[in-house]
Design a binder for this molecule. Structure first.
Ligand code: PNS
Length: 159
């Protein structure tokens, strides 16, 4: 079985890594797919985000990192993926995730969305929060992996 875990991952947080690990117990292969979206004001380039994800998943042989543009369901179908994985934090995520899941089902009913609740310790983390805290010189060591900590700090200080 193949599943896709899509997102912006700008940058990848410990919350994302937690979802990747949880998803691996549900699928044989997990494709982490970074959205190539020129309209979004991204901090890291797609290539940088891919290299962060590859670094953090290098000991997970069943994880592949890729990027996509266009519709997620088309990317999923192209890779024979039957499932889309998304993490769920608080109730505030639910509306967007539910709408996205139903839209994707409308577009391709063969692909099911699985929403995985985050671990409690990562409930408050988002890429946006990481960027904001780092930009103002705050400590993000509980939010991002040590392997990418310096990179995130450096880039946010420049932004
Ligand atoms: O990490 P994000 O920004 O919440 O991820 C959002 C993402 C990439 C999953 C979503 O924007 C997406 O799938 N975009 C691709 C376009 C698409 O398929 N849209 C239809 C579903 S709403």
């Amino acid at each position: 079985m193949i599943a896709i875990y899509p997102g912006s991952f700008d940058p990848v947080t410990l919350g994302h890594v937690d979802i990747i690990k949880r998803a691996l117990s549900l699928t044989d292969v997990l494709i982490v797919a970074v959205l190539k979206n020129s309209s979004k004001n991204a901090l890291f380039t797609v290539e940088e985000r891919i290299s962060h994800l590859e670094l953090l998943t290098k000991d997970m042989p069943n994880v592949k990192v890729d990027s996509f543009s266009g519709l997620l369901v088309d990317f999923a179908q192209k890779h024979n993926a039957k499932f889309i994985i998304r993490g769920l934090r608080a109730l505030t995520d639910f509306e967007f995730e539910f709408q996205m899941a139903l839209t994707n089902r409308e577009l391709n009913s063969d692909i099911e969305t699985i929403l995985i609740p985050t671990s409690l310790q990562y409930l408050y983390i988002s890429s946006r929060v990481v960027k904001e805290v780092a930009h103002f010189g705050g400590d993000i060591s509980t939010m991002v992996h040590p392997a990418i900590y310096d990179d995130v700090k450096k880039k946010t200080e420049q932004s």
